[in-house]
Ligand binder design. Structure first.
Ligand SMILES: Nc1nc2c(ncn2[C@@H]2O[C@H](COP(=O)(O)OP(=O)(O)OP(=O)(O)O)[C@@H](O)[C@H]2O)c(=O)[nH]1
Ligand SMILES: [Zn+2]
Length: 362
């Protein structure tokens, strides 16, 4: 009936549950588990989970590599929870903040065999909730009964997986004129996804001809760089320089995508910054936290451009992955316009790492 929740609504609710430390129930082909994000887990809940069965800790292969744990499930490892393990142990495995001070957490015993699908889904959900990618799972015999008993959100993975990989459709909500330093002919458009995720913005300068390649920039949110003027990256100067160029040409479109920290969220980006203070570079820091180098979904930018009627762009970027993803998602890149601004003594190593490891162009 129409009052029951669809998969998009359940996923959205599940993200909120995980952020509150509330367990969600994952099911697939008759199997089921209760899953909770380590970052938000409270001691009382952990004790309750232990009463249900044998808990397992899921971490990504990236995190497992740092911890020297065996990886039997490709992109993740399922670690047995020692009987004495409490919240501190779980947090220490999930969070690399104290890796150097307290390197010994093991021996970590990784499970082998049996399906890893439920654990994989729990990690994907934790990432999409911008939490550390680590989850405790307890397999249960009658997941639906348990969920009904405790009013827990149920995610049938057959449906959830398709939804997570599809990427939620974005819809224009509103647009209004905003005169800016770069151009008085500015207009801000707000786009909202169906799944309750982040909104994204398009800043249109002038009235770009939809029949011609538009000067475009895909800018990922950087609170520290864009707002605070942080010297650790080049985001602020890139943002202002891109808008200024569009203003000079009289036309352009800048997409402000709310993918803070290359898609890991501000809390995790600050964790990455702490690791950088310990000597790790931007890519190593992401890996130690359990993330890939770049967790952004670049389909979003292409989708917004298509909706706005653009088919081709002159793209302001140094990142070849952005060009590939635009082309793969139906937007022709007729020209790459380099955007080298804002280099300083604090971000020189960061920019060098991007050139060496992420293939950023000169
Ligand atoms: N995880 C993480 N994210 C960072 C770090 N420094 C900056 N960021 C984020 O990286 C993103 C910067 O993205 P972009 O400006 O699109 O940079 P880019 O992918 O190098 O591409 P171009 O600037 O177009 O060449 C923003 O979301 C920042 O918040 C860092 O050390 N770690
Ligand atoms: Zn930045």
């Amino acid at each position: 009936m129409s009052l029951s929740l669809g998969i998009v609504e359940r996923l959205n609710r599940a993200r909120g549950d995980l952020r509150m430390g509330v367990p969600v129930v994952l099911t697939e082909e008759g199997a089921g588990a209760v899953a909770v994000a380590v970052e938000a887990l409270e001691p009382g809940r952990l004790a309750d989970l232990r009463l249900l069965g044998e808990p397992v800790l899921a971490i990504t292969a990236r995190r497992a590599e740092t911890l020297k744990a065996r990886v039997y499930d490709d992109d993740l490892a399922r670690i047995e929870l020692p009987d004495a393990a409490g919240i501190e142990w779980l947090r220490a495995v999930a969070d690399p903040a104290d890796d150097l001070r307290l390197p010994m957490k093991g021996p970590l015993r990784a499970l082998r065999g049996g399906g890893a699908g439920l654990a994989r889904a729990a990690l994907a959900l934790a990432k999409s909730a911008h939490l550390l990618p680590a989850a405790v799972l307890v397999p249960v015999a009658d997941p639906l009964r348990l969920a009904a008993q405790h009013a827990l959100t149920v995610l049938p993975l057959e449906e959830a997986r398709a939804e997570l990989s599809r990427g939620s459709p974005l819809h224009p909500v509103v647009s209004a004129r905003v005169p800016m330093v770069a151009s008085q002919a500015g207009r801000v458009h707000v786009f909202r996804p169906e799944d309750g995720g982040e909104e994204h913005y398009a800043i249109e300068i002038g009235r770009p001809d939809r029949g011609l390649p538009v000067l475009a920039r895909l800018h990922s949110a950087c609170f520290t760089g864009d707002v605070l003027g942080s010297l650790k990256c080049d985001c602020g100067p890139q943002l202002r320089s891109a808008l200024a160029r569009m203003g000079e040409e009289g036309a352009g479109v800048l997409l402000y995508l709310n993918q803070e920290g290359r898609g890991i969220g501000l809390a995790n980006k600050m964790r990455a910054y702490s690791l950088q203070d310990q000597g790790f570079d931007t890519v190593e820091a992401n890996h130690r936290l359990g993330f890939e180098d770049d967790e952004r979904d670049f389909r979003i930018g292409a989708g917004i451009l298509r909706q706005m009627g653009f088919a081709a762009v002159r793209l302001l970027t140094n990142n070849p992955a952005k060009i590939r993803m635009m082309e793969a998602n139906g937007i022709r890149v007729t020209e790459r316009v380099p955007l080298h601004v804002g280099r300083n003594e604090f971000n020189a190593a960061y920019l060098a790492t991007k050139a060496a490891k992420s293939g950023h162009l000169a």
